[in-house]
Design a protein around this ligand. Sequence first.
Ligand SMILES: CC(C)(COP(=O)(O)OP(=O)(O)OC[C@H]1O[C@@H](n2cnc3c(N)ncnc32)[C@H](O)[C@@H]1OP(=O)(O)O)[C@@H](O)C(=O)NCCC(=O)NCCS
Length: 148
Amino acid sequence: MSQFQYIIRKALPGDIDEIYRIEQDSSALWKRDFFVREFKTDFSCFLVAKYKKRIIGFAVAWLVSNEIQLNNIAVEREFRGIGIGEKLIEQIVEISAMRKPFKILIELKEKNISAYKFYIKLGFTKTGLRKDYYNDDNALLMEKTYSE
Ligand SMILES: CC(C)(COP(=O)(O)OP(=O)(O)OC[C@H]1O[C@@H](n2cnc3c(N)ncnc32)[C@H](O)[C@@H]1OP(=O)(O)O)[C@@H](O)C(=O)NCCC(=O)NCCS
């Protein structure tokens, strides 16, 4: 993948089928309608990564006052581990144009060790735990602060 060139752009309604396919093969927590709803949400930042004609990842965040709430992110399996997840988050931060200090907040299943390692690598820290938040797991709360 040395010549690997992909773009990141805002999601479009026509991307939903591919986005939903990635979601079902990843966390599988969101229904199709949840993605559709994001297009009607003013404060939503919904991005996709696209390689040739194919959607290979997405991220959904809400930009509210001085916080970015990362609601969902996934990269297609065969494209994981090459920086796409990190780039999606970087782009959300850039688009948000937030003035420092601000935070990114996330919530993930405690058993999702690979996502946990990903967020740790990006500089997030654990801030809390919501017991039995999901049907089958606790929720781990993590955040990263961007200071002046
Ligand atoms: C979590 C996820 C989005 C990460 O995306 P990604 O494109 O694979 O991550 P990146 O390649 O940008 O990784 C960024 C850094 O995190 C590290 N990282 C990523 N996945 C990791 C893993 N499974 N174990 C250890 N480190 C990991 C990378 O090594 C990289 O560090 P580096 O710069 O030193 O190489 C992806 O694994 C995914 O789609 N998982 C399934 C869905 C999911 O769990 N989403 C999160 C729900 S909260």
